[in-house]
Ligand binder design. Structure first.
Ligand code: FAD
Length: 330
């Protein structure tokens, strides 16, 4: 088990995504456990000096490929590039972020290398010289420790499972190894890319999330939560129940089949706290729950619980915050 740990990083809007930065934290934890070195893998249309971002965060080796082929999201080009580089440099662990990019490119890379894939990884442990990857299954009812039978293995890490390494004031320069970009496969033709008009929600990167559930009673309830989130500088999250009801779009969904978030503050309004919801938000630093049922399971994990009708509690909180100018410093 001597090969490197590769963090395959995703770039959006010319920035490394939050889940990619948290992937570096996971890679470093795996490195502490196994002793294998960590390297970053960057694939982008042009070089924007992300390498120095990475060296600031303690990464001393970066594989790069800057090529026009990466302009559009062509999963086959990304996965073929990683697979080709893996054959050449023989890493042991290929870490991908839990995002459309990571899931798609990770799965294709595993297929190309005939490697195993472990998804939704949340923890890394070393037990009797075995590396075990922890993940919850069946909506959090079972906790599984998975072991790779052979290497390399593809690992898709839940975003926020490990905090991103903080930037250092005196970084070491990273060694840069250029990779060849794979060519666009002949069987693939890009017909059109359509961008949706809707502003996409970056819940994974939000410091404050105000989330609403079925207790809102109607989609209009999100107007109140939006007002609350706006004065706090937060984003809106939601339970699956309200997404399924069509009250809000899927990109707001938090939980097992939605996003995994790790904000500094998570305010759950009218959410019962089913295991599937908790799977996506229980790593928030501070959880506040507002629910009229004092036995709601969300109170089991809340740091602060308010038993009451959210339509009385939330306006009162908004009023208080406005009066006192109490805006959290996060
Ligand atoms: P409910 O469970 O109906 O809870 C509503 C809460 O609001 C209650 O606790 C009630 O007391 C409270 N309430 C009512 N009125 C008020 C009021 N006026 N003021 C204050 N409180 C009030 N769920 C997710 O969230 N995310 C997922 O990713 C997810 N994935 C799933 C995957 C699978 C395979 C399965 C089977 C389920 C999944 N679910 C997921 C669904 C999950 O099991 C729950 O059904 C869902 O989370 C419930 O949403 P809720 O808390 O909004 O609704």
């Amino acid at each position: 088990m001597t090969g490197e740990i590769w963090g395959i990083l995703e770039i959006q809007n010319r920035r490394l995504t939050g889940s990619s930065l948290s992937l570096l934290g996971a890679g470093m934890e795996l490195s502490r456990k196994t002793g294998n070195p960590v390297a970053g893998v960057l694939m982008a249309e042009t070089d924007e000096d992300w390498v120095s971002d990475l060296s600031q965060r303690g990464i001393t080796k970066v594989y790069t490929s800057f090529h026009a082929a990466f302009k559009a999201f062509r999963p086959a080009v990304f996965s073929r590039t990683v697979a080709e580089a893996s054959r050449k440099y023989s890493p042991s662990f290929l870490l991908f972020p839990d995002s459309l990019f990571g899931r798609e490119v990770g799965a294709r890379t595993a297929q190309a290398l005939d490697a195993g894939l472990i998804a939704n990884v949340a923890t890394v442990a070393m037990v009797n010289s075995q590396v075990l990857f922890g993940k919850s299954n069946f909506g959090g009812k079972y906790w599984i420790q998975a072991e790779a039978q052979k290497l390399p293995v593809v690992l898709i890490f839940q975003s926020g499972s490990y905090p991103a390494p903080s930037p250092s004031a005196s970084p070491e320069f990273a060694e840069v190894i250029p990779l060849d970009a794979a060519s666009v496969p002949q069987w693939e033709t890009l017909v059109e890319i359509k961008r949706t008009e809707r502003k996409s929600v970056q819940l994974e990167e939000a410091s404050i999330i105000v989330a609403g559930g079925r207790g809102l009673g109607s989609p209009d309830g999100f107007k109140l939560l939006q007002e609350f989130a706006s004065i706090l500088g937060g984003e809106i999250g939601a339970s699956r129940a309200v997404v399924d009801l069509g009250w809000i779009s899927y990109d707001h969904q938090v939980g097992q089949t939605g996003k995994t978030v790790r904000p500094k503050l998570y305010i759950a309004c009218g959410i019962s706290g089913a295991v599937q919801h908790r799977a996506g938000m229980q790593n928030a630093e501070v959880i506040v729950a507002i629910n009229k049922d004092k036995n709601a399971p969300i109170f089991q994990i809340a740091d602060y619980g308010i038993v009451g009708d959210l339509y009385q509690v939330v306006p009162a909180l908004i009023e208080k915050i406005k009066q006192k100018g109490l805006v959290p410093k996060v």
